[in-house]
Design a protein around this ligand. Structure first.
Ligand code: DOR
Ligand code: ZN
Length: 351
């Protein structure tokens, strides 16, 4: 159903399988930006405090729904934040009640608000066993945090030391390795069974680690997992555009105020929601694979999660599209991904 002519691209309405919608004042801004392009989104639970129980997830889901502009149909799919002491019964109940779609594994200390994460995956074997039994996906931030492991090796080491042994213990567990950044991750996911998939962000497809150091330190290109060498980016681009249903769209849109990014200890995260589909379309076009964008954006994710495909469409138009330097809401200022760039695709509408 995808139609790509020279100036118009219409395809089935996509979903975003990894977003940080935040809370409080930020929520209204970022929920609108995500709901503009996507019908559903997997919502990360790394709030302060994190979303670790059914009541908190229900309340957060309601705050999200209250923030979405009237007239935009948007379904937030909630996740539970796993901790060393998480109660398996709470997870199973949340899943049965339709509140928790999946669980999120943050290694303790790996990223923003991950301090309460898991210190050793063996501590959550009881939960993983139950999740495997009920077919509930585990979403993984795949990085080790050991001081003696180089920052750029954290994902590859995690796969070898943590993920592979975990899947050996739970071979039927559904796992999404989130925001992959390495050739090792691509190879691992491609070589695993059908229960193992990965999301790929727009930004990891667009730049390599050099972008953080062009003429000085560039905090707006800093995210976690951090961007890697060019050959890894090439592997990600090949995977995303391959038509392999194990690889699907997850922006990891992660807004931080400009003042928290341009800081002596700048936060990790890239606010890609305002230009998400434009950015993916650019990559797919560069790879001469625009006809595969629909599968990646709108089909493989729902199939993996066992959800129906969306009914509506989205349309992008080919025209010069200048990305704003900053997006403001009240006193909040956030710099979007590709700020100041002129993109060749512009989001037109969700139909
Ligand atoms: O860059 C990132 N930002 N990576 C993450 O894993 C978390 C996210 C955030 O919440 O800011
Ligand atoms: Zn994330």
């Amino acid at each position: 159903m995808s139609t790509a002519v020279s100036d118009r691209l219409t395809f089935r309405c996509p979903d975003d399988w990894h977003v940080h919608l935040r809370d409080g004042d930020t929520l209204a801004l970022v929920a609108r930006q995500t709901a503009r392009q996507f019908a559903r989104a997997i919502v990360m639970p790394n709030l302060a405090p994190p979303v670790t129980n059914v009541a908190a997830a229900r309340a957060y889901r309601q705050r999200i729904l209250d923030s979405v502009p009237v007239g935009l149909a948007f379904t937030p799919l909630m996740t539970a934040y796993l901790t060393d002491r998480i109660d398996p019964e709470e997870i199973v109940r949340g899943h049965a009640e339709g509140v928790f779609t999946a669980c999120k594994l943050y290694p303790a200390g790996a990223t923003t608000n991950a301090a309460a994460g898991v210190t050793d995956v063996r501590h959550i074997d009881g939960v993983l066993e139950r999740m495997q039994a009920i077919g509930m996906p585990l979403l993984v931030h795949g990085e080790v945090v050991d001081d003696d492991v180089d920052v750029f090796d954290r994902e590859a080491v995690f796969i070898e030391k943590v993920l592979a042994p975990m899947l050996a213990r739970f071979p039927e567990l559904k796992v999404v390795l989130e925001h992959i950044t390495t050739r090792e991750a691509v190879d691992f996911v491609a070589g695993s069974g059908p229960g193992v998939a990965a999301t790929i962000t727009a930004h990891h497809l667009a730049f390599n680690r050099n972008a953080m150091f062009v003429g000085g330190i560039r905090p707006h290109y800093y995210c976690l997992p951090v961007a890697k060498r060019e050959h890894h980016r090439r592997a990600l681009r090949a995977a995303a555009t391959s038509g392999n249903p194990k690889f699907f769209l997850g922006t990891d849109t992660a807004p931080h105020a400009v003042s928290d990014k341009e800081n002596s200890c700048g936060c990790a995260g890239i606010f890609s929601a305002p230009v998400a589909l434009e950015s993916y379309a650019t990559t797919f076009e560069e790879e001469q694979a625009l006809e595969r964008l629909e599968g990646f954006a709108s089909e493989y994710g729902p199939r993996f999660y066992g959800l129906p495909l969306n009914e509506g469409t989205v349309t992008l138009i080919r025209r010069p599209n200048v990305v704003p330097e900053v997006i403001e809401a009240g006193s909040l200022r956030i710099r979007p991904f590709r700020a100041g760039e002129t993109m060749t695709w512009a989001f037109e509408e969700r139909g």
